[in-house]
Design a protein around this ligand. Structure first.
Ligand SMILES: [Zn+2]
Length: 390
């Protein structure tokens, strides 16, 4: 038996004279090589099999855990249905990157990589001119602050539109009468379409949107008569101090097929998606639980406010609520360093703040060569946001 093995192995071991495959004679007895081969082969096979089995089990466990976390109808990102539209844009965008104009890092600023493919070349401001703004402009814009301290100043002409007449079919409404400010509605439509595409769920419901002064007043008065003033103040903004007056916010819930209404965080998978993705569409969760001491609102985990993508992503990046963000922007005056921000879609912006003058109009400095927007903060001044990418 051993002799047979020797003979079979020998030709390859010794090589053929003149052959390119020839190698020096092996000093070890051929029998050992034969044994070693027959031993090593099965061992590697067994190892490979073991590794494959372990990998398969781990993948299986991960899949099961991932599915268990999601509500029915919501698939994980890796398991999107083929008809899902354009999820790549939503799922693969890089994080916002924030940096100051001077390249030194500051304590509040974090810097993250932006995908160079999505970055657009940045222009720079070549010079400034001024625009003259009336005092009432302080109460208009994406960044107006409405809270217990700062009252909303209603515009002369109502600036909201009916949602039902302008919505897509990817979400529900609690009433066909709900209204929103037009750009907020556009952003809501875009966000809900993305959620529907990714999750397959069409059961998110807009519960509240624009509220007139009268509506807030009757809600508030009803609460006062039922539970007393202290309770009402805990759960409802005083008439005039509700962000819902702006038409730039809404409350989301979940309306399941069983006819039950759930809070947005009442079914797994929903609240996390909106928390992670709302910034791309210009929204912030206005009242995070850890900011209750600043906002004065304890628990409102379904209330989204429109501030525009660049500000929403920057607020999320810096971990600031609107009150803190406005304070932060005041550190970037026109005459000092400006805040430079890159959005997740690669667009660059330059942001600075200018206090309103006490008397009459304010001359606000704006770039002479680039597009910009101005927002009042409803308190002390104006925020200029310059687009460097167009
Ligand atoms: Zn709300």
């Amino acid at each position: 038996m051993n002799d047979n093995r020797n003979r079979r192995i020998e030709p390859t071991g010794q090589g053929r004279p003149g052959s390119s495959q020839s190698r020096p004679p092996d000093s070890r007895p051929p029998i050992r090589r034969a044994r070693r081969r027959s031993f090593v082969g099965p061992t590697i096979a067994a190892l490979v099999m073991t590794v494959l089995v372990i990998v398969a089990v781990v993948v299986l466990v991960m899949l099961i855990t991932e599915r268990a976390k999601l509500p029915s109808g919501i698939d994980s990102e890796t398991d999107l249905s083929p008809e899902s539209i354009d999820t790549s844009e939503v799922t693969s965008l890089p994080e916002t990157s924030v940096e100051t104009e001077v390249q030194t890092e500051t304590s509040v600023v974090t810097e993250q990589e932006t995908d160079p493919d999505t970055e657009t070349p940045a222009a720079s401001i070549t010079g400034y001119k001024t625009v003259s703004l009336e005092k009432q402009e302080l109460h208009k814009g994406d960044l107006i602050l409405i809270n217990y301290q700062y009252e909303y100043v209603f515009p002369e002409k109502k600036n909201t539109v009916n949602i039902y007449a302008n919505k897509n079919s990817s979400y529900l409404l609690s009433s066909s009468q709900l209204e929103l400010e037009p750009r907020t509605l556009d952003a809501l439509n875009a966000m809900m379409l993305a959620f529907h595409s990714e999750s397959g769920s069409g059961d998110v419901i807009v519960k509240n949107a624009y509220r007139s002064l009268e509506e807030q007043k009757s809600l508030y008065d009803a609460r006062v008569s039922a539970y007393g003033e202290e309770n009402a103040n805990k759960y409802l903004a005083q008439p005039g101090h509700s962000e819902h007056h702006t038409g730039m916010c809404f409350d989301l819930g979940i309306y399941k097929e069983d006819g039950k209404l759930y809070e947005l965080d009442g079914v797994a998978g929903y609240a996390d998606w909106f928390k992670d993705n709302c910034g791309k569409y210009g929204f912030v969760l206005r009242f995070p639980e850890n900011k209750a001491a600043i906002t004065g609102i304890t628990s409102d985990r379904w209330h989204f406010r429109y501030v525009g993508q660049v500000h929403a992503e920057t607020m999320n990046e810096l971990g600031l609520c609107l009150e803190e963000y406005i304070d932060e922007l005041r550190k970037y005056p026109y005459s000092g360093d400006h805040l430079l921000v890159t959005t997740s879609s690669g667009k660059k912006y330059e942001i600075y703040y200018q206090y309103a003058s006490d008397a009459g109009k304010t001359e606000v400095y704006v770039p002479e060569n680039l597009p910009y927007t101005i927002s009042g903060d409803n308190a002390l001044g104006f925020i200029v946001t310059v687009s460097l990418s167009e």
